[in-house]
Design a protein around this ligand. Structure first.
Ligand code: AMP
Length: 289
């Protein structure tokens, strides 16, 4: 496995891999490290589809707000490299912030409508930071395919829109959310939870399942569905709800009344110092009412 810190090295290695086999498909899995089974499922998907797999590990400062956890974000680089090696990754790109932003960046990349609601409303500048770094990584590695988790559904929608709008020649692949046995979505931030908060955090997935059950039972009124999910979360113990919303899975715009098709139920809740998000895609059948 090759480990690179510099942009020129990555470009040289990717070009070398392509020159040996021009049909070779290059896959990119962008991460912020602290790799867990969720990240590894993306790497496995890339391994299955692509002849050459690049993983980037970069805790991107531009997507963290001033009061967020940039300084404390876990950075277990030794075990991350080991996991990449064991998973059959061909190249790890682990640049410093200096390498990515050192020469300055006067350009913004802003996907307007899709970035605005949900996490965009609660984390000012977050998706502009994500859009900028993903654009940079796609331009540096120039993969044929790039893999992202459905766990960060709004991020996935923002990137799909970005790649579409800017005619970038890359296929974006969304991969299913990997969960703990009790339903909690794997996240590097779960490490911040104390024992009580860890127990309580299962309410995220339970609230999403409750919404799905109610939709399957015929409920179509977004406000009522959101209200009962919020009640369930509030009854679980001390926490602060950022949002519970039912939105269009591509545009992220809220539905007042659910129509036949697909809806994304999305939640973000703070447990102590730890802000967690989760979501569920729900098939809405024809309204029988
Ligand atoms: P992060 O390191 O948190 O920026 O995540 C890197 C990639 O892994 C993103 O595309 C995430 O959506 C994805 N990811 C994070 N957690 C999970 C999970 N539990 N299941 C599937 N993908 C995930």
């Amino acid at each position: 496995m090759i480990v690179c810190e510099k942009i020129d090295q990555v470009r040289e290695q990717v070009a070398g891999a392509r020159s040996k086999d021009s049909a070779r498909i290059v896959g990119l899995v962008p991460t912020m490290g602290a790799l867990h089974a969720g990240h590894l499922s993306l790497i496995d998907a890339a391994r299955r589809d692509c002849g050459w797999v690049v993983v980037s590990i970069f805790v991107n400062p531009s997507q963290f707000g001033p009061n967020e956890d940039l300084d404390h974000y876990p950075r277990p680089i030794g075990s991350d490299l080991e996991k990449c090696r064991e998973s059959g990754v061909d190249l790890v790109f682990q640049p410093s912030a200096e390498v990515v932003y050192g020469s300055g960046c006067d350009t913004t990349v802003q996907v307007n409508t899709v970035s605005a609601p949900l996490c965009g409303r609660h984390r000012a500048g977050h998706f502009a930071g994500v859009s900028l770094v993903v654009t940079k990584l796609l331009n540096i590695v120039q993969p044929d395919r790039a893999y992202f988790g459905q766990k960060d559904a709004q991020q996935l929608a923002v990137i799909r829109r970005l790649v579409h709008d800017l005619n970038m020649p890359v296929e974006i692949i969304g991969c299913p959310t990997v969960r703990e046995p009790d339903g909690l979505a794997l996240s590097s931030r779960n490490a911040y939870l104390n024992e009580r908060e860890r127990q309580q955090a299962t309410v995220l997935y339970r609230s999403l399942l409750a919404i799905r059950d109610a939709v399957e039972g015929g409920s179509r009124d977004s406000a009522a569905l959101v209200r009962s999910a919020r009640d369930l979360i509030e009854q679980s113990g001390p926490c602060e709800i950022d949002y519970v919303e039912l939105v269009d899975p591509e545009s992220m715009q809220p539905f007042a009344h659910l129509e036949e098709g697909r809806v994304l139920a999305a939640v973000a809740v703070r447990f102590g110092e730890c802000r967690l998000i989760d979501n569920l895609l729900i098939d809405v059948g024809r309204d029988r009412g």
